[in-house]
Design a protein around this ligand. Structure first.
Ligand SMILES: NC(=O)C1=CN([C@@H]2O[C@H](COP(=O)(O)OP(=O)(O)OC[C@H]3O[C@@H](n4cnc5c(N)ncnc54)[C@H](OP(=O)(O)O)[C@@H]3O)[C@@H](O)[C@H]2O)C=CC1
Ligand SMILES: O=CC(=O)O
Length: 327
């Protein structure tokens, strides 16, 4: 029997053709949820899912009785009920490593744009409001030589820290991670408690996954601990931050500026105060969104689903316990 896969994120034509040579593929790259009756009909027949950014709930799994594996085109897997998938023997795979450097580039882009007020000043030029030399009220702050506090020091955190230490001569602090002796040696990174990191950093950058332990990790109390001139950058997940508290801190000056790729609700609602603040650089969740990296992520997901549905060990399983159950 040819197995059936629902692909719910855009992939390249050659990748789709390769999948179709082996599986029956329902290609619905633009769906925004699984509620539509036609989508539910496809889901009820699917052995595999390949996609990203849509919430998969236990209730939805009830409607997918054939499901054997999900290959997320993302490294973060907070959209999936991992314990429930494991309980049902459904394998979940993700795409670590292939997006690390691109997402770190985005993190550094946000650091640079926010510190140097690049989007605000570019907008001034674009609108024809550059009528005199830029005075000190529009100056930014240096990035080189400053202290960069990394909240989370995994693959992406370390890649941002490496850019900061080696490219910009920054002092690196880190928190919310196990000790990293190699990075302490190579980058001079120093591990601190979160409160101390917040108090000492000029730029604070969040790279921890969203989980029950990290939800709203950064709120009013944490913003109040930061230096008055500190910059806050989030390339992880919006819900790691108490967004209302961040907006309040930006409005009342407790927080100087923020560079954000991720938000509590995505797409960011047009009426969010964050869209109007000149001290906020907001990007539409594009951490990994380059041609090269999205192609590599899709390929990893395709390799994962092929292996999973053919009974082989996929490259990057999240719930490897399922493999142990079936082998
Ligand atoms: N903006 C975007 O487009 C993108 C966003 N992301 C986000 O970035 C996150 C990090 O990715 P990546 O660096 O590859 O992940 P890693 O697993 O390599 O790193 C996670 C880091 O967070 C630490 N951590 C702290 N608390 C927890 C916890 N409760 N559970 C798990 N880890 C914890 C880990 O500690 P330890 O070192 O001890 O393991 C580690 O240092 C993703 O989960 C995703 O949400 C990823 C890609 C693109
Ligand atoms: O947000 C993106 C991811 O890969 O996770």
């Amino acid at each position: 029997m040819t197995k059936r896969i629902l692909v719910f994120r855009e992939i390249n034509d050659d990748q789709l053709a390769a999948l179709r040579s082996e599986f029956q593929v329902d290609y619905l790259p633009h769906i925004t949820g699984f509620d539509d009756p036609e989508v539910l009909e496809v889901l009820s027949q699917a052995h595999g899912l390949v996609g990203a950014s849509l919430k998969v709930t236990p209730e939805l799994l009830d409607k997918a009785p054939q499901l054997e594996a999900i290959a997320s085109i993302s490294v973060g897997y907070d959209n999936y009920p991992v314990a429930e998938l494991t309980r049902r023997g459904i394998l979940l795979c993700n795409t670590p490593d292939v997006l690390t450097e691109t997402t770190a580039d985005t993190g550094f882009l946000l650091i640079m744009c926010t510190a140097r007020r690049a989007t605000e000043l570019a907008e001034m030029v674009r609108q024809g409001r550059w009528t005199q030399n830029v005075g000190k009220e529009l100056f930014g702050s240096d990035v080189h030589g400053k202290t960069l506090g990394m909240i989370g020091m995994g693959r992406i955190g370390a890649a941002i820290a490496r850019r900061g230490a080696l490219g910009f001569n920054m002092k690196i602090l880190y928190s919310m991670a196990s000790p990293k002796p190699e990075l302490e040696q190579s980058l001079g990174a120093q591990r601190l408690e979160l409160d101390a990191l917040l108090e000492q950093s000029d730029i604070v950058c969040v790279t921890v996954p969203l989980s029950a332990q990290t939800e709203k990790l950064i709120g009013a109390e944490q913003f109040a601990r930061m230096k008055p001139e500190a910059i806050f950058v989030n390339v992880a997940r919006g819900k790691v931050v108490d967004e209302a508290a961040m907006i309040q801190a930006l409005q009342d000056g407790t927080l100087h500026a923020a560079g954000l790729d991720v938000f509590e609700t995505e797409p960011l609602p047009a009426d969010s105060p964050l869209t109007q603040m000149s001290n906020v650089v907001a990007l539409p969740h594009i951490g990994s969104a380059t041609h090269e990296t999205r192609t590599a992520m899709a390929q990893r997901a395709i390799d994962n689903i092929r292996m999973a549905l053919n009974g082989e060990q996929p490259i990057s399983p999240v719930n490897g316990e399922v493999l142990a159950q079936t082998s």
